[in-house]
Ligand binder design. Structure first.
Ligand code: NAI
Ligand code: 15L
Length: 276
């Protein structure tokens, strides 16, 4: 699964690196690919994680909504890649437990246990209500497109606060659409290949002095909406592109111009709910 050319050599791996959300789609990818980035990889999720994959992996099941459990989860860790939580639009109460309380618990644990660096899986849905005709960078005012997007926006604020107050550095990656391939026309702009995701996470883990950096996670797609100039210090250069998938995606039936998937950067997320 891992592409050895996806990353450059890591000069000095972290001691113990925590990966939350390790049983999820991206968690399964990074569980494999983060191995060279730490002496010990601690993987965690609410869902089943199977058996440890080798002697350098620790399994610590945990509900992010449980503050005490998350505190124990962070003990002994030097850095965190935080993917865990609700990853789609859901009723507020679900998002509150996993994402809003969850990120607070992660940073409280990080503070209490002197964690140095967090890589936070934020989302393009933090700015989902911008139109696809608009171009923005990470300094643009946020326009979350639902409870999920709001939770990621809150997460970025938490990251900024814990840097300003406690000096914990974070790279918040506003991931576009990270799947094996772009599934629709919108994803031709938002797609992030797994190899580019790996490259970006590596930069986020090892670039010195990132303070709190916000970066959009996208491959070198032809028509992009986001400018990563404000995160140039990360040195992230995507190598993949959605272009090889264009013919396959454009063979799909056209999307109506009134469809949120054709209007908003956040696509269908902008039209979900209310959950009554
Ligand atoms: P996923 O839904 O496949 O994985 C999320 C994992 O978090 C799951 O394994 C789930 O069991 C775990 N989880 C949920 N609630 C939890 C809780 N209370 N305690 C502990 N674990 C819990 O999502 P995916 O696609 O792997 O995304 C990973 C992260 O990246 C998520 O935070 C998501 O919001 C973010 N992201 C992903 C994008 C993508 O295109 N895949 C795009 C933008 C952001
Ligand atoms: C996200 O934030 C979701 O986690 C992912 O499942 C996709 O829906 C992605 O955004 C997207 O916008 O395509």
């Amino acid at each position: 699964m891992s592409d050895p050319s996806a990353t450059t050599p890591t000069p000095s791996p972290w001691g113990r690196l925590l990966l939350t959300g390790a049983a999820g789609g991206l968690g399964k990818v990074l569980r494999e690919r983060l191995k060279p980035f730490a002496h010990v990889l601690r993987v965690s999720d609410l869902a089943g994680l199977g058996e440890p994959q080798g002697p350098h992996e620790e399994l610590v099941p945990c509900d992010l909504a449980d503050k005490q459990a998350v505190d124990a989860l962070l003990a002994g860790c030097d850095a965190v890649v935080h993917l865990g939580g609700v990853s789609v639009e859901r009723p507020f109460e679900e998002v509150l437990e996993a994402n809003i309380k969850g990120i607070f618990h992660v940073y409280e644990g990080a503070r209490r246990h002197s964690v140095k660096r967090v890589v936070f899986a934020s989302s393009n849905h933090v700015t989902g209500f911008y139109r696809q005709s608009e171009h923005l960078d990470a300094t643009a005012p946020r326009r979350p497109d639902g409870y999920y997007g709001l939770s990621k926006s809150f997460g970025e604020d938490v990251a900024q606060f814990y840097f300003d107050r406690y000096g914990i550095e974070t790279v918040s990656i506003r991931i576009g659409s990270s799947f094996p391939e772009p599934a629709n026309r919108r994803m031709m702009s938002t797609w992030l290949s797994y190899d580019d995701l790996t490259r970006l996470v590596q930069k986020a883990l090892f670039t010195p002095d990132v303070k709190h950096t916000v970066v959009y996670g996208m491959s070198a797609n032809r028509d992009v909406w986001w400018d990563n100039g404000a995160a140039a210090h990360l040195g992230f250069v995507p190598k993949d592109s959605s272009e090889p998938f264009r013919a396959k995606v454009e063979a799909q039936p056209p999307v109506a111009p009134t469809d949120p998937n054709a209007i908003y950067q956040g696509g269908a997320f902008t039209a979900q709910g209310p959950f009554e």
